[in-house]
Ligand binder design. Sequence first.
Ligand code: C5P
Length: 209
Amino acid sequence: MTHFTIAIDGPAGAGKGTMARRLADHFHLNLLDTGLTYRAVAHRMLALGLPLNDAEAAERVARDIDLGALDRDILSQHAVGEAASQVAIIPAVRRALVDKQREFARTSPGAVLDGRDIGTVVCPDADVKLYVTATAQVRAKRRIAEIEARGGTAELAQILSDIEKRDARDMGREDSPLRPAADAHLLDTSEMDIENAFQAARTLVDQAM
Ligand code: C5P
């Protein structure tokens, strides 16, 4: 096998992150959670006290992001995800981050990238494209379980409303909206556990290798 790329897209909380990690481990590929790159821009803007809609500042911050120094613990906070979807509507931010993501995708022996626009924009020639989804209700419940596992608490109604707002922003934006690529395999994980979802994805990748 030569260079191999797997593109995984879908809305927040669909299980793409876990699936991407398991596929990368199984097939010995590099892994990039592209959501972390948007989160890193948002986090830096907040830390600098800059408004999230300051396109010029956000572009400068995006050009400075180092993919090797993304701290998942800090960036996984719920509020950072919300802010990330606001900087993600800025085309100059997307261009800066997509350049870095494409460079990563070219690393040897290949890579798994997960996000919102991997199959459509970042890696349109990916060997396998998966569009992973689940109902908003199921995704909200999974988010709550994650928050509780870290010792926190959250209201289902609040998380559900945040998820619906984020879906609307990600699917409705003009630049690179979240949508399945024409040649993506659709995987609805609403009724699947992590293991079943991974096995379904693995089978699709095996068939493409
Ligand atoms: O996947 P995650 O929740 O970490 O992504 C945070 C936000 O970053 C998303 O809601 C989305 O607005 C943005 N994003 C994006 N394109 C990607 C990855 C994430 O616009 N490829």
